[in-house]
Write a protein that binds this ligand. Structure first.
Ligand code: N01
Length: 533
């Protein structure tokens, strides 16, 4: 059987685009299949009002080409979705990527042919015929939060008005002027979009099952002097970022919150609060390791709610009860203050689920809420959802679904036993969602490209992890997750948001530096843990 491409890449977000560029640079042929009409991945689909990145723009950007870094101008501290999408398109144009990308094409199945040592990849084109291509390698770049979760609320299909999911927002936008809107969910997507939708809608009713922690973004236009300074020192900033667990260049206070006197502790929290953003969780080194330290941080944030929200009942309902950092910390602009608006109502459904969706609204807590449209800010089947939508078949016809029926098991979050020549960019078992995605993506892409080059140089055509290496990595991922409080509570990190999903802490929480070191050791030892044939 002939081989059409050295590699098939699934997805044209930041992972898929850089993978294509890197493989081309190394002289490999590659074809990217992308379900959307354009590049950008997350930033192509998540177009809800207020969508923006919670990692600062100058850090949430590619670093593989210093010229790209220098020429691109970010306008705000946190880039908006449209700006990020413009950046993705600029990258696609600058490196002439589109000629190897097939848009509106979804990969449905990929079968490993053990005789020819290649992948047979089946695709379906929107409105077109199915097709098959063959490739030596398949590389998934489908994103960790790309399979939207639509909860099975009774009656959802009976609703007569439009229903929008934040993770699959209409490209033409939505005009909420004069509309009554029901929002289900209070995660990051809801917390970003609620303040913006509230400015337009006639009335917004927010159905909250779990109150969430959020810190202010303090977003602002980027000062040209600051940008000049960043650009002059980009390499150093990127180097520092790689020494931080989250791959983000912010200062981590090495002190323990419990061992710090109260006055100093509050001063630290307040300083981080005033600066804004995810760095709040780096106020102390033990916020996710020690119950008391965590409670200090949680109490600090909880106390802020009453200072902003005027109605005591609403303020009390907005107070999160779980640990801070259990779910990803949200970063907001005016979220709590939005509940002071006369056109916004919070409905606390923590004690009983939404009874049903009716043709004209929702029924919850024995009350009917009439709405013109529904917004589902209900998140994603994270980390494994998109991968398991593709019918991957490895050795002996085993499916990835069968292999992962007790939760995802990988070697380095990159590869899976019995699925030779399959690589996953930011797969489960890698730092991915616990880090700045861009440096994590680039590290994976570089690892994969170097690996393919090594195989070519050695005259090898097959690489796959050995079971012992995978078991050891899975054990290590589990062990480090057990050290932190994060694995003790319900979140999408452990699959708790999807009924029936195995409860496993999916990302690697050991931090980016430890992960990079582990990968470097594997390479230095001649791809230790892999079998090459
Ligand atoms: O999704 P979520 P998200 N009835 O899963 C609720 C990234 N992100 O899209 O908590 C009622 O966090 C659910 O309730 P509960 C970021 O990593 C980044 O907001 O399960 N409610 C929850 O409130 C983030 O963590 C940015 O009790 C139901 C909400 O829906 C991740 O994406 C921006 C329900 C879902 O929250 C996911 O965020 C946005 C039901 N049946 C997102 N089912 C950046 O800033 C679910 N819910 C980069």
């Amino acid at each position: 059987m002939s081989i059409d491409f050295d590699a098939v890449i699934i997805g044209a977000g930041f992972g898929g685009m850089y993978m294509l560029h890197k493989l081309r640079q190394k002289g490999f042929t590659a074809r990217v299949f992308e379900a959307g009409k354009g590049v950008g991945g997350t930033w192509y689909w998540n177009r809800y009002p207020g969508a923006r990145c919670d990692v600062e723009s100058v850090q949430y950007s590619y670093q593989f080409d210093p010229d790209l870094e220098q020429e691109w101008e970010w306008s705000e501290r946190y880039a908006t979705q449209p700006e990020l999408l413009r950046y993705a398109n600029h990258v696609a144009d600058r490196y002439d990527l589109r000629r190897d990308i097939r848009f509106e094409t979804r990969v449905s199945r990929a079968v490993f042919d053990e005789t020819a040592n290649l992948w047979q990849v089946e695709t379906g084109q929107v409105g077109g015929a199915a097709a098959k291509v063959t490739a030596r390698f398949v590389i998934t770049a489908m994103g960790c939060l790309s399979s939207p979760n639509t909860p099975k609320i009774p009656g959802l299909e009976d609703f007569e008005g439009p229903t929008y999911h934040t993770g699959n927002w209409p490209h033409e936008g939505v005009d909420f002027t004069g509309k009554t809107v029901g929002v289900i969910g209070t995660g990051s997507s809801a917390i970003q979009s609620i303040p913006v939708m509230a400015e337009q809608a006639k009335h917004l009713t927010v159905f909250q099952r779990t109150a969430n922690y959020t810190v202010p973004a303090h977003n602002k236009p980027l000062d040209p002097g600051y940008v000049r300074e960043v650009k002059a020192n980009y390499r150093e900033m990127r180097r520092r970022a790689k020494t931080k667990p989250a791959g983000i260049d912010f200062t981590i206070n090495s002190a323990s919150a419990v061992e710090t006197p109260e006055e100093e502790r509050i001063r630290q929290f307040q300083a981080r609060w005033d600066y804004g953003g995810l760095g709040f969780m780096a106020s102390f080194s033990d916020l996710l390791l020690n119950d008391d330290s965590n409670r200090f941080a949680a109490d600090f944030v909880r106390a802020k709610i009453g200072e902003v929200v005027k109605d005591p009942k609403t303020a009390a309902a907005l107070v999160p009860k779980n640990i801070i950092g259990c779910k990803r910390l949200c970063v907001d602009t005016g979220y709590w203050a939005t509940f002071n608006r006369p056109n916004v109502t919070l409905v606390d459904i923590s004690d009983e689920p939404i009874e049903r969706i009716t043709p004209t609204g929702l029924r919850a807590k024995g009350e009917d809420f009439a709405v013109d449209c529904l917004v589902l800010a209900t998140g994603f089947d994270a980390m494994t959802g998109a991968l398991l939508k593709v019918d991957f078949r490895g050795r002996g016809g085993i499916t990835l679904k069968e292999r992962w029926n007790e939760g995802p098991k990988t070697y380095l979050g990159l590869t899976v036993v019995d699925f030779p020549n399959l690589f996953m960019i930011t797969g489960p078992g890698s730092p991915s969602v616990l880090t700045n995605m861009l440096p994590s993506i680039e590290q994976h892409v570089d690892f994969i490209a170097d690996c393919l080059e090594t195989l070519r140089n050695k005259g090898k055509t097959v690489i796959e992890p050995v079971p012992e290496a995978q078991e050891e990595w899975v054990g290590h991922v589990g062990d480090v997750s057990n050290i932190t409080l994060r694995s003790t509570c319900s979140s999408w990190y452990v699959g708790a948001n999807i009924p029936g999903k195995p409860r496993v802490f999916m990302p690697y929480i050991g931090g980016l530096p430890a992960y990079i070191q582990a990968c470097e050791k594997v390479v230095a030892n001649g791809y230790e843990g892999f079998a090459l044939a």
